[in-house]
Design a protein around this ligand. Structure first.
Ligand code: CP3
Length: 348
């Protein structure tokens, strides 16, 4: 018989099993708000070193684990990490985010991309995930993550983060077939990468379509949703038991479409009330979120009230407590600790 008591609570909740409280982790829980991270960043100033040298990446992932015992421990990496393996050179600049040296804007550049071979180009991911599984055992769930095709294409085409996404939108609205080719290539590579992360030990995988909320609902339907579906459907065929989470920022007007992405859980941000999100998404899909990261700058009484309010609105079925997006860099560490403890002390 399977010993379900040894399955960590986040994995059980993500599968829709009965739990006595919501599991909790925080997006960006490893990062700049932690002094331990800032100290380590001084010793390893290059983000690619921090995320691609296995011992360093493992250490960063374990910093919040040691400090707060979250129910989920996420791989320390970035959404653009697989790009060099497809032939897209990139770097991650301090305070700026990803930089693509030679932005993808022509048919010839798309033709020159190659399929991702993770064992060859991302061997460090195996070491990191295997080590994290050993380190946390059954006490926590190891999460993998990837970027979604639209968001990766946004970086590849724009060359960096953007306020208005005018270059990729220009391509979408004047030469859509070119963009569709790029999006399909990313969808294929990302499906391969998700499978690899699961094979290496990731127990739940979250896909970040961070910039898909920049699209109108009709354009999301055309350029984001089909490629999310392509990734999730491909992964489901070979790895049907791994829960998959989808995050889009600024997604309040997109929730209904997100429910048809094939994800098991939708990560909801704070622009929508959790009770309303539940009502739109329906009973067959789980939720994650959705406290405003800014609440962690409030008093602890206020933080506790907002946590309890979110949990009550999410209900007792398939809810992973989280922020609506990443924890902000200046957040007091003691308030992060209070967030985890308050959720872990809660009982339905
Ligand atoms: O959640 C975690 O603890 C895992 C770490 C993680 C990082 N990037 C590390 C990182 C995750 C999940 C990501 C995903 C990621 N990267 C996303 C999707 C998540 C989201 O926020 O919507 C996006 C859009 C990126 C691209 C990216 N990389 C951005 C926008 C930045 C931040 C720029 C800045 O400095 O504000 C990065 C760099 C980055 N990736 C940092 C971290 C901790 C900050 C730089 C640093 O600490 O050195």
């Amino acid at each position: 018989m399977v010993d379900t008591t040894s399955t960590p609570i986040l994995l059980r909740a993500a599968r829709g099993e009965t739990v006595d409280r919501p599991p909790v982790w925080m997006m960006r829980q490893a990062g700049r708000y932690m002094k331990a991270y800032r100290d380590l960043r001084d010793r390893y100033p290059s983000f690619r070193d921090r995320s691609e040298i296995p011992e360093v990446a493992v250490e960063v992932s374990l910093q919040p684990w040691r400090a707060f015992r979250p129910d989920g421990v996420i791989l320390f990496s970035d959404i653009v990490t697989p790009m060099p393996g497809m032939g897209i050179e990139m770097d991650i600049a301090e305070g700026k985010g990803p930089i693509i040296h030679d932005p993808i804007r022509t048919q010839a550049q798309i033709d020159a991309l190659h399929p991702l071979e993770p064992e060859a180009s991302l061997p460090f991911i195996r070491t990191i995930l295997e080590t994290l599984r050993q380190e946390v055992g059954n006490e926590s769930t190891v999460l993998g993550f990837v970027g979604a095709p639209w968001t990766l294409a946004a970086y590849a085409v724009e060359g960096k983060g953007s306020k208005d996404y005018s270059i990729i939108k220009g391509m979408a609205f004047s030469d859509p077939s070119l963009l569709h080719q790029l999006l399909s290539q990313f969808a294929e590579a990302i499906a391969t990468y998700v499978r690899y992360q699961i094979d290496c030990g990731a127990q739940v995988v979250q896909m970040f379509d961070s910039w898909a909320g920049q699209l109108s609902p009709q354009d999301y339907h055309m350029f984001a949703l089909p490629y999310q579906q392509q990734v999730f459907n491909a992964v489901r065929q070979t790895h049907p038991d791994t829960p998959l989470i989808l995050l889009v920022t600024g997604s309040a007007g997109l929730l209904k479409q997100m429910a048809s992405s094939g994800a098991d859980l939708i990560s909801v941000d704070w622009t929508v009330d959790m009770a309303d999100a539940r009502a739109v998404l329906g009973p067959n899909i789980g939720v994650q979120g959705n406290m405003d990261p800014g609440v962690l700058f409030g008093s602890q009484d206020f933080i506790r009230d907002r946590i309890h309010d979110t949990i009550r609105k999410a209900g007792t079925h398939q809810h992973i407590m989280n922020l609506g997006h990443g924890i902000l860099p200046n957040t007091p560490e003691e308030n992060a600790a209070f967030f985890f403890k308050t959720v872990q002390d809660y009982r339905y």
